[in-house]
Design a protein around this ligand. Structure first.
Ligand SMILES: [Zn+2]
Length: 95
């Protein structure tokens, strides 16, 4: 018996430390819109087709939930190797 591996994002809950996984989802876009975005992102050249290169655009959710403590977090995504983007949670609100 075997299982099919799916690509996923992994994130650690800042509240309880639980390791969570979030599946990648293929973006459902009109072919010409997807092509335009891929060219703009530098993934493919203007003259190439998405099928030719075998690429598809992937999205990630704006919000994720921890599977252990069920807290909700907004997401950031970084392609760089600089590490995760730090969220500034201790800002002073003057309300
Ligand atoms: Zn948690």
């Amino acid at each position: 018996m075997s299982v099919e591996l799916e690509r996923a994002y992994v994130w650690d809950c800042p509240h309880c430390g639980q390791e969570n996984f979030q599946r990648q989802v293929s973006a459902q876009l009109e072919p010409d819109v997807a092509h335009e975005l891929a060219v703009a992102a530098g993934v493919i050249e203007e003259w190439q087709s998405m099928e030719e290169v075998g690429c598809s655009l992937l999205t990630y959710p704006d919000v994720v939930y921890c599977k252990r403590c069920e807290k909700q977090f907004s997401t950031t995504f970084s392609m760089s190797e600089d590490g995760p983007i730090e969220e500034d949670d201790d800002e002073d609100d003057d309300l």
